[in-house]
Ligand binder design. Sequence first.
Ligand SMILES: *Cc1c(COP(=O)(O)O)cnc(C)c1O
Length: 396
Amino acid sequence: MTFEELKEKDSKYICNTYGRYPLAIARGEGCRLYDLDGREYIDLLAGIAVVNLGHGNPALLETINTQYKKLVHVSNLFYQEEGPTLAEKLTATCGADKVFFCNSGAEANEAAIKLARRYMRTVAKRDAYEIITLEGSFHGRTMATMTATGQAHFSKHFQPLPGGFTSVPFGDLKAMAEAIGPQTAGVLIEVIQGEGGIRPLSEEYLLGLEKLCVERDVLFMIDEVQTGMCRTGKFWAHQEFGLAPDIFTTAKPLANGLPMGAMFATVEAAQGFEPGTHATTFGAGALTAAVASKVVDIMLEDDLAGRAAEVGDYAQSLFRAVQNKHPEKIAEVRGRGLMLAIELSCDGADIWKALIGKGFILNLTQGNVLRMLPPLVIEKADMEHFARTLEEILAG
Ligand SMILES: *Cc1c(COP(=O)(O)O)cnc(C)c1O
């Protein structure tokens, strides 16, 4: 199929929800992607923080093969070992006690919202339902998570929106303190806003927010759908500051490209759910759970958190050197681990397109932020190649 034929078929049969870049990816291997003509690209996006172990990882292929022959899906009506085995491994990486498995980030956040409300009604015995989020956040595209998302353009023309959501200015603890009331069930934040342009909350804010949640007796909830699983240099981004959320979520990196989400809760918060109160057909199917288990094993064995920290720091030093040569073009270099951003002082579309033209897959958010979420197995040499190319483009 030629690119033009593919484009025509896509627009004929696929709902028109994506503004796609004019490039078709045919296959991937490690940190490389190849287009329909076999042209090679360095992948600095990992399918938006998803394919963290790289494309076509041979150990995962073996797991998929073995598990597929053994068992793929039986439903949650029966016990099966793959889910609890994965949950045991995941809870060993953090302070959470229990996991609810689902299929996406939005669903994981839906579970968190439902658990927060039900915990308040049935355990805390308070009629508290409201979830407070931050402006600029992104929590998903379902009706509830889109409403929770603190960017109004996502929910435009979808009214009426579900009630019980409010968002307050980013990084403003006073605004948060004022918003929390008897109706508040919990606060939901990203440690580093991803879609919002790789915007980190300060340590002071995060510690202050946790304290505030404890004092006001509301649930402290963290969305780690993008930041989770070694991306930021710790297994979980909230561990950088020793935070202890009541509930947190992940999804993107969990099964390295197979759809899977998870909501984590302390044993206290988890009391909000009882049999029959929440469910999903595909949650922790044997195949996805086995793959995710292998992902966790590899991340721990290969210390991918440490690797993300090291390669990410190195990449930032390279980007800062480019910034020093072109201070009028790069406003800021920021990020943590391999969650990286270069904020340009001008509209970024031309520079982003030129980078793709030179063989680099990355994303542009908020119009002027080059966002990089490479596979955690990316080589330093690839980041050097990228920095050199960016400098050439900025000079040209
Ligand atoms: C991508 C993302 C989501 C939504 O995840 P889906 O799997 O697309 O539903 C939620 N929160 C954050 C922080 C994300 O980056």
